[in-house]
Design a binder for this molecule. Structure first.
Ligand SMILES: Cc1cc2nc3c(=O)[nH]c(=O)nc-3n(C[C@H](O)[C@H](O)[C@H](O)COP(=O)(O)O)c2cc1C
Length: 421
């Protein structure tokens, strides 16, 4: 009976444990979490979602406060098109988040950054370019392009000295999306170094419609692997979404996936950025407490706990401070939805917006409880403490459980010493 540890991911002349922790914005996949995966010989992702916000929290910089001060005059204005990111600050925040993480790296693994195209920041091209360049300058080992088709992303950094040295990959949810990307990258003579196939059970935004349940990861992964074989393209394929046990992972490695990307099981670890109160919500969740809805202003469906405070909240758009989802014209679907409610309730009290959410603010405050489909099984990976809470796990234990477990077994942590007494 095979274990994940019987396989290796070969990438850029290295042999890695084929376990990748997925990017989880906003700072849910912290540097600490990514560093643990790298220390244990796998790949850990940090995320580039709302990096100035993350930098302020991590390094006590003042990027958000400064931006908020600069645009304070605009708070009551419905028009947010005049709000812009300072590209110098964005570059500095990215270099700092990445650079300090890379400095702390130990072990044989790698650190990648998840870079989302949908963070359009009222200047899609330039802000994406700055984030990609900042990550490369900061010494990142690899970049995983996500939340978008990224048809122009590689061209943004083709002149960077590290363009052929940094591992560049993309997340796709269909062979069709991959073909579009490959056509573009062939023009730059720069094929991706890896491809993440993310299925419908993942957390965060999904590359599927509300009919996500009609798709399955195994089928899509096989299609992608078959296509690459047929074209004699030797690009490692990484399967992601709903892989909960080491044995689940082995099933993908046996059909030719080079690695798995996993996230949900790490959401309840000490190293994860979620506050413990939210982690306990994840532990307690049952399958029918989780939904895929359309409240994200990005237009992509998103999976989350139905009890997320972000659902139905009616806060004033906070673009002066954040504004990460403003499109190229300074619009965001939440602003429209909020203004519609404001027009219907001019007295302005207790506004509730059901169809969209202010994702920036709610992700910043950990009030949008996005999660993978398998979250309802997290309780099987921990033990209940006498006070009713579940024990928070160590990332290294979860990583090793994926690496060595057989028979779909799930490791449960030993009883804490205090509880034994
Ligand atoms: C809480 C949470 C947040 C996530 N945020 C992001 C994100 O910001 N960007 C992204 O590309 N993927 C995101 N994902 C997807 C993961 O990186 C990963 O590919 C996927 O969830 C793996 O499936 P699993 O959670 O079932 O292991 C998120 C997943 C979770 C659980």
């Amino acid at each position: 009976m095979k274990r994940v540890d019987d396989f290796r991911l070969r990438l850029g002349g290295r042999e890695l444990v084929p376990i990748i922790t997925g990017g989880m914005g906003v700072d849910i996949s912290t540097a600490e979490l990514a560093l643990e995966a790298a220390r244990l010989g796998g790949i850990g992702h940090i995320s580039d979602a709302m990096i100035p916000t993350v930098s302020d929290r991590r390094f006590r910089t003042r990027f958000v406060t400064d931006k908020q001060k600069k645009y304070k005059y605009n708070v009551a204005n419905r028009d947010k098109s005049g709000i812009h990111f300072d590209l110098g600050h964005l570059a500095e925040a990215t270099r700092m988040h990445v650079g300090r993480t890379m400095e702390a790296k130990k072990g044989d693994g790698l650190i990648f950054i998840n870079t989302m195209e949908k963070l359009t920041m009222n200047n899609p091209r330039e802000t994406l370019r700055v984030r990609l360049v900042g990550a490369m300058d900061g010494g990142i080992d690899g970049i995983t392009l996500s939340a978008g088709l990224h048809l122009g992303s590689l061209a943004l950094v083709e002149d960077h000295p590290r363009f052929r040295d940094v591992k560049l990959g993309i997340i796709v949810s269909s062979l069709r999306a991959l073909l579009l990307f490959l056509r573009k990258s062939a023009r730059l003579d720069r094929l991706p170094d890896f491809i993440v196939v993310e299925g419908p059970l993942a957390g965060g935004h999904l590359g599927f419609g509300l009919d996500w349940a009609n798709y399955d990861l195994m089928t899509i992964t096989r299609e992608v692997i078959d296509y690459l074989r047929q074209e004699q393209l030797d690009i490692p394929v990484v399967a992601a979404g709903g892989i909960f046990t080491g044995s689940d992972a082995v099933e993908f490695l046996e059909i030719g996936a080079a690695a798995v990307q996993v996230a949900t099981r790490f959401t309840v670890t000490h190293e994860c950025g979620l506050p413990e109160k939210v982690q306990q919500e994840y532990f307690r969740a049952n399958e029918d407490d989780i939904e895929v809805n359309l409240i994200s202003p990005t237009g992509y469906p998103m999976r989350m706990l139905k009890s997320s405070p972000a659902i139905g909240a009616g806060i004033r758009p906070n673009c002066e401070a954040y504004g990460y989802l403003l499109d190229g014209n300074g619009n965001c679907a939440y602003i429209e939805a909020y203004n519609r409610e404001l027009d219907q309730h001019p007295e302005g009290t207790e506004i509730s917006v059901r169809d969209k959410t202010c994702l920036c603010t709610h992700m910043r405050n950990f009030d949008c409880w996005t999660c993978g489909h398998m979250t309802y099984r997290l309780k099987d990976t921990s033990r209940r403490l006498p006070d009713g809470r579940y024990q928070i796990l160590n990332a290294a234990d979860v990583f090793r459980d994926y690496q060595f477990s057989v028979d779909h077994r799930l490791a449960v942590p030993p009883e804490p010493v205090a509880a034994q007494a």
